[in-house]
Design a protein around this ligand. Structure first.
Ligand code: ZN
Ligand code: ZN
Length: 275
């Protein structure tokens, strides 16, 4: 495994979205544990401890898998081949190197990425071979965190933020950002943040559903409309994405879980499915 040294975003779009994500993660953690949960469970009571441990486990896995996604180098840097091609490899004129099957040149990262799935604007890097596992765990735990926050936020909205159902409070609820220009207070700020949590949860849910669907069929994003040549059944395909010890990667990112060696690049497979 090679680690990236240049991890900084390569374009303004990536910079803005990555900074927003890095701001939202600790804010969400603080809001949930120190604002919402204490409204329902006395601080440091057994119920509060349960949420404290759960949220810390989620935060730990979100952060460490995000670090794994960003730092693991998925590019062809370590295997630059300029003199001769192997079967199935193609020549990339921009990298001036041969690149393995299923690799793709990223215009933002300016290099070919092994088993490239897509360029992620939230992490400012490409998702491909070796960092896909961290990315999928990161997205999954982000979604679970947002789901828990959204669940509690519904009660918090009802009990603390919306005190009456007058026209003005409904307008404040629908347009929280606009109403902040007229009346800026903590309530309005919390309302904006809760809406962000809901938006994030919906977006993340769609993203997770999309990527899990691809993972089960052993497809990359740009192959999504084609028939998979690498599909060996859901269990094997899961091992290709999350590694042989796919059931342990959910505990911590440093648990070793290697991709089955014969599955890398999927260039040995000739049929479409095992029978
Ligand atoms: Zn290239
Ligand atoms: Zn990229």
């Amino acid at each position: 495994m090679i680690l990236r040294t240049d991890i900084f975003p390569k374009c303004p779009r990536d910079t803005i979205i990555t900074c927003l994500l890095l701001l939202l993660i600790p804010t969400g953690y603080y809001f949930q544990l120190f604002v919402v949960i204490p409204a329902y469970h006395e601080i440091w009571s057994p119920a509060y401890y349960f949420h404290f441990i759960l949220m810390n486990f989620l935060l730990f896995n979100v952060c460490t898998n995000l670090i794994g996604t960003v730092f693991v180098d998925t590019s062809i840097k370590g295997l630059l081949v300029t003199s001769k091609s192997k079967p199935g490899w193609r020549y990339c004129t921009e990298c001036q190197s041969y690149a393995p099957p299923r690799s793709w040149h990223c215009k933002t990262c300016k290099i070919c990425i092994r088993q490239r799935d897509h360029h992620c604007i939230f992490t400012s890097c490409c998702i491909g071979l070796e960092n896909q596992r961290y990315y999928l765990v990161f997205v999954s735990y982000m979604f679970i965190s947002e789901l828990i926050c959204a669940y509690y936020s519904i009660y918090y909205l009802k009990d603390y933020l919306i005190d009456d159902f007058s026209t003005s409070s409904i307008l404040k609820f629908i347009f929280p950002v606009c109403s902040m220009f007229f009346e800026f207070n903590t309530k309005q700020l919390q309302l904006v943040f809760i809406k962000l949590i809901f938006t994030g949860m919906l977006g993340n849910g769609i993203l997770l559903h999309f990527h899990i669907g691809l993972m089960f069929r052993n497809l990359l994003t740009y192959e999504r409309n084609s028939k998979s040549k690498c599909d060996r059944g859901k269990l094997y395909n899961t091992k290709v994405a999350l590694g042989e010890r796919w059931y342990l990667v959910w505990i911590a990112p440093w648990i070793v879980s290697n991709t089955p060696s014969e599955a890398i690049y999927c260039d040995h497979f000739e049929t479409t499915k095992d029978t």
